[in-house]
Design a protein around this ligand. Structure first.
Ligand code: ZN
Ligand code: ZN
Length: 373
């Protein structure tokens, strides 16, 4: 059973019409998601308040309720209809108008956020770096300092709204007629209009500019992560804060490495005779190359772990490792001489050369890991 609408709105049974509206506005303001994001019940409470308002604001419905209660309303065919609204946001907008101004305060809107993307390479991602980004942004007009008037010319009270900056608009909603407050279309909520509009911005007070910002990209950033730069978004309306700039950092693939968390993985080609004999080979790192010792008898898919040559962990100093996967190359297209030598060599191979402690599972793991990479 729905609650008593008078109780919901905290009203006496004989409350005058203006009181109903005032009480609902006060409640709605308290329950607005911008104010009350922490209360998971806010949406339900708002719906309840809206329903109570819907009943009491209509004299006929109110009279039916006073006499017969909720049952009377239902048998009269009345049902609250909130389904027409997709979201709580739509519901609020139906009552108070969109565009940020809530309850007709005409508060100027904050600037919108801007999203841009930059691409850096893996070596850059491995160290703190600064990257320049260029983007279009709405800025305050410097010529008029944002007030929209040609410097030295007067600014007058807006005639359309009488300096209020807002207008009353009547809209039809499932609740009946709603009077909502919208920003004045002449002064855009300012209440004042320039006598002679600024030549640079045509009186808007804001201009589109090409802006360049330097972004500090932290070492260890992952592909697709975003860096937020507070206050670098579009300028807000006069007196309101600017939005933020979000820079999505794309890290380009490096053909030498696969990144796995903070580790880097690379494949090292080792000709079969060298894998058998042992050798010292150069392995690429992000910044240079380093010599790595290949032990005699190194098997395909063996992984050499080089500590501290991976990516730095974001926000921490420690670096991951460089994992070197040994790719044993079996020679192809042998010359007659090579074939002869290999045949001679092959005839000398004994059980001793091939025996291993490794179980079949361990062998499979090693080889399959190699395939997966
Ligand atoms: Zn201007
Ligand atoms: Zn106006």
């Amino acid at each position: 059973m729905p609650r008593d609408p008078y109780e919901v709105l905290g009203l006496a049974k004989d409350a005058p019409e203006q009181e109903i509206k005032k009480s609902f506005r006060r409640l709605a303001r308290e329950l607005h998601p911008d104010v009350n994001a922490h209360d998971p019940q806010a949406e339900e409470k708002f719906k309840e308040a809206a329903e109570a308002y819907e009943i009491l604001s209509d004299p006929e419905r109110r009279a039916t309720y006073d006499r017969y209660g909720h049952d009377g309303l239902r048998s009269g065919g009345y049902a609250p209809n909130f389904d027409a609204f997709g979201s709580i946001g739509d519901l609020f907008n139906a009552f108070f108008g969109g565009g940020g101004g809530f309850g007709g305060t005409g508060r100027p809107g904050a600037g919108a956020d801007i999203a841009v993307a930059v691409e850096i390479d893996l070596a850059q991602a491995a160290q703190d770096s600064k990257v320049k980004v260029s983007y279009e942004a709405i800025d305050r007009c410097e010529h008029c300092h944002g007030n929209g008037a040609e410097p030295g010319t007067p600014i007058k009270t807006c005639e359309r709204c009488g300096g209020q900056g807002q207008l009353q608009a009547v809209t039809r909603t499932p609740f009946g007629q709603m009077v909502r407050t919208i920003a004045c279309d002449v002064c855009h909520g300012d209440g004042r209009v320039p006598d002679q509009p600024c030549a640079e911005c045509h009186g808007r007070g804001r201009v589109a500019v090409e802006r360049t910002s330097e972004v500090a990209v932290p070492a260890g950033i992952s592909d697709g992560q975003r860096v937020r730069i507070s206050g670098k978004g579009h300028a807000g309306e006069a007196g309101a804060p600017p939005g933020d700039l979000y820079v999505q950092v794309n890290v380009a693939d490096d053909e030498r490495f696969v990144r796995e968390g903070d580790d880097l993985i690379t494949a090292l080609d080792v000709p079969a005779p060298l894998a058998a004999l042992g050798a010292t080979l150069e392995v690429p790192t992000l910044t240079a190359s380093i010599p790595v010792e290949i032990q005699p008898g190194t098997q395909p898919g063996e992984v050499l772990n080089i500590r501290g040559e991976g990516m730095p962990a974001l926000g921490r100093g420690r670096r991951g490792n460089l994992r070197v996967v040994v790719n044993v190359q079996i020679p192809r297209r042998l010359s007659d001489q090579q074939r002869e030598l290999l045949e001679q060599f092959s005839a000398t191979i004994t059980e001793e050369n091939l025996s291993t402690e490794e179980s079949m599972f361990a062998k499979l793991r090693r080889v399959l890991r190699n395939q997966a990479a």
